[in-house]
Design a protein around this ligand. Sequence first.
Ligand code: SF4
Length: 337
Amino acid sequence: MWLCRAENPKQFEGRGIQLIKGVAGKQNIYFEREEKGVKVDELPLNYQAMTFPHQSRTRAYVKIQDGCNNFCTYCIIPYLRGRSRSRAIDDIIKEVSELGDDIKEIVIVGINLSDFKVNGEKGLINLLEKLDKFGKRIRLSSMEDGIIDEDFMYRLSKLENFCPQFHMSLQSGCDTVLKRMNRHYTSEQFAESVKIIRKYFPKAGVTTDVIVGFPNETEEEFEKTRKFIEQVRFSALHIFQYSHREGTVASRMTDVAPDIKKKRAKILEDLNKKCERDFISQNDMLSVLIEEYEKGYWIGHSKNFIKCYIKGDYKVGDIVNVRIEKQYLDGVLVEKY
Ligand code: SF4
């Protein structure tokens, strides 16, 4: 077996795995049998150019960063993908400048966007200010808390094309669990970040990830998370039942029984339905990018990522100002105004 770019490679032995390799340069994969033992390459230290495969007719995904230094106790990514490294800003701008006119929206992606750096300094907002000039909608994929402050949000609010949708991973609303997870914020700090977001973008979509049944999570700890979610009023939750990742610190902690995880997930799923309904009801007028046509409806997303269904004479790529008629399927039915 040839193992490449992975720390603690023993965890993969005996599983029939032939190769583990970073995604950069995956097009050049070739197999090489070692006579003896396992070959392990060093984890990459610098950003390696790669094309990001996902692109729809209207939306391009632009990768700007890879790796992570945070070492959350449940996460294997820093061991597999290496430490945080940022793509050169000129390279990103070149990629965006070469996108065709059909692309109306760019989604900025990375493992830890908040850690994007230019010359060793935090640089995400500088990059977004440069990208705004291309006139395409700009959306951020998931972010870690720690980047949201008054200066960042003020500058973001001055961009013409920014889509106010913030996906910030909470994971738990209980400080003792956050500590066991080695997350670098408290629930209070997280709530403060959401407050600053809403100060500048009152109708921002604020979505999050939550892990239920993290090792040793008690009923009281789960209840703190549930209450926190209610207070913050997220627009949607992505709920995960914890499962061990071998080689991580959390995999050596005591697991919570599966039926308890399931029960807690169900409680949050019900809460999520309420969160989604409440968020939609706070909206009225939207600007929608038409992305596809299906079963008699044109379908697209608003800037704050509400899925919209509209009838009429449109085409993919149109941006339409609409008014919400009613909630419909997994989004809203809208009409032009
Ligand atoms: S969960 Fe996210 S922030 Fe934490 S180590 Fe993994 S990639 Fe980094």
